[in-house]
Design a protein around this ligand. Structure first.
Ligand code: PXL
Length: 280
């Protein structure tokens, strides 16, 4: 497959190993051109640090878009993550619908909630707007919390496949097409992802590490984008991304001082090798 250019739209949290500081190095390491459109600049992420700064870049987005249009710049794929406001979501919708080359895939991570709770600063109107953005994408990457918020179904910590299927059915009813539902744990010691397409649903299961780590959704999404945009099939891209995320968690859990993110950099050679093996 020819060299591909990916536009990733999310914040830059200077410290915290999430969003752009994870997406750019992972996507580049996978062999793709990674272009950032920062939605905001924060001193750290919002998940545990106190007193972080937040510079909203909403009004820069249409200016950047206009410049790119003048330059005739187009993208082979889009990957959106954490966004700062409802207005920003509207701008992002416009960019992904007008700045793609023919067939450009739109990969949307709702990145707004986890462990049953919205991240600080988000409300019901943001959830509604994000649901609309997800419906306009090709592939969405929610966790169970985000799926329950977007569909209005209850959030559960203990569940069976019937509950997971009802979440997926409700996401499809909201207009979502291909869904990769993350963090599905149907038996002790195991977790995984469901890859749900119109043709069917498959679960990829792997070992569960009993510590919830920050930024793993962004690590998973970035690795998925890195594999999928290069032509690795959907299921294999999700499997490779899940294995990579697990390796990052395992490389971090013993270091209690590293509570704010995962050490994803040392595991990059394994991710690259897995993608090359799959591509043959
Ligand atoms: O990893 C998701 C994320 C991205 N960006 C910011 C965040 C979070 C999660 O808390 O706070 C700023």
């Amino acid at each position: 497959m020819a060299y591909q250019r990916v536009l990733t739209i999310q914040d830059i949290s200077c410290v915290g190993q999430c969003s752009l500081t994870v997406a750019l190095p992972i996507i580049s390491s996978c062999g793709l051109e990674a272009c950032p459109l920062p939605s905001a600049v924060l001193s750290t992420h919002t998940g545990g640090f106190k007193g972080y700064t937040f510079r909203d870049l909403t009004e820069d987005i249409p200016l950047i878009e206009q410049h790119w249009k003048k330059e005739g710049i187009l993208f082979d794929a889009f990957y959106t993550g954490y966004l700062g406001s409802v207005k920003q979501i509207a701008y992002v919708k416009d960019i992904i619908s007008s700045m793609g080359k023919p067939g450009a895939k739109k990969i949307i991570d709702p990145a707004m909630a986890d462990n049953g709770k919205l991240y600080p600063g988000f409300d019901e109107s943001f959830v509604k707007a994000m649901t609309g953005l997800c419906a306009s994408g090709d592939i969405v990457l929610p966790n169970i919390t985000e799926a329950s918020l977007m569909t209005g179904l209850p959030y559960k910590e203990q569940y069976d496949m019937g509950y997971v299927d009802s979440l997926l059915d409700a996401l499809v009813a909201c207009g979502m097409k291909t869904i990769i539902l993350k963090g599905i744990s149907l038996e002790p010691g195991k977790t995984g992802v469901i890859i749900a397409e119109a043709e069917g649903r498959r679960l990829y299961r792997h070992k569960k590490v009993d510590r919830s780590c920050h930024g793993t959704g962004d690590v998973f999404a970035s690795a998925f984008v890195g594999a999928f945009v290069q032509g690795v099939p959907l299921y294999d891209s999700a499997r490779i991304a899940a294995d990579y995320t697990l390796a990052c968690i395992e490389g971090t859990v013993d270091d209690q001082s590293h509570w704010y993110g995962v050490k994803f950099e040392p595991e990059l050679p394994g991710l690259i090798a897995a993608i090359h093996r799959q591509k043959g």
